[in-house]
Design a protein around this ligand. Sequence first.
Ligand code: ADE
Length: 330
Amino acid sequence: MELIPQAVALLLKWFQENKRVLPWREKREPYRVWVSEIMLQQTRVEAVKEYYLNFMERFPTVEALASAKEDEVLKAWEGLGYYSRARNLLKAAKQIAKEGFPSTYDGIRGLAGVGDYTAGAISSIAFSLPRPAVDGNVLRVMTRYFADDSNIDEPATKKNFTEVLRRAYPKEAGDFCEALMELGALVCVPNGAPYCGACPWQGLCKAHLSGDEERFPVRNEKKERKIVNATVCVLERDGKYALEKRGERGLLANLYEFPFFEGEADTASFGEVIAKKKAKHIFTHIEWRMTGYLIKAHKFFPQYEWRSAEEIVSSYAIPSAFKAFTDWIR
Ligand code: ADE
């Protein structure tokens, strides 16, 4: 399997003409590229843009980030999800501030929170190294191009296409890496028909030439999400609200929430219910179906921290899973 030079040239030309204007594309400086690639893990480009701009304003250099408190970084991350990314970012920033930004693939791969994909992306984009970044989007593009029915959930498939791409890498490493991502995001899309009429590879793509583009990629069947019913109690007393810190492990570890109970809770024992609403939040493997209650508490229950709305908004990172209920206090 080889990606021919003509395919590489067509893709680079397409990218020059069609790439989106994105804030992290203004300068390919390692710190900026690294932060953007961490934010883009598991999060859509549209959702990342504004966080990225705010984050760069708040922490313009790796030194500024390295000297921040974890709570400040979590606050800047509030709503982006997968918060271990923010903790790892801070951890890696401290290392980089001391030792400088690593400039080899292995050095980059060694940073906290950086896996194969992100190490490839940073290596290519910030250092022009011939290291592919291969994720589900790139595997979709590649399996269609070759009409290859390897299962993309198998590590051997990723390994194979990483090597195929590595052999094809042009000197414009950053553009090539981002062009593959861009093609997967804009043209060779999942779920339904891809936009083959707009694709620079329409004359080369085996899946397209045989009208089979929707047969690829082949992958494992999806597991169903576990459904968890829960009760969220927004307790208010004298303009203060009850918060608790989640446990050190598991979903949304160490972040703040309103008193949260799996299953039902005895709301009457807290006070008088003023409002009620339902909300759901979908995580990768779990779906929360929550019933929230706004309650006038009949005392300051001592197991909780009581904070004003202003304090919560300025200093506490409350996951967007609870957005429907934070709306009550804003
Ligand atoms: N997804 C991951 N990295 C990206 C990048 N640099 N540009 C656009 N989408 C991406």
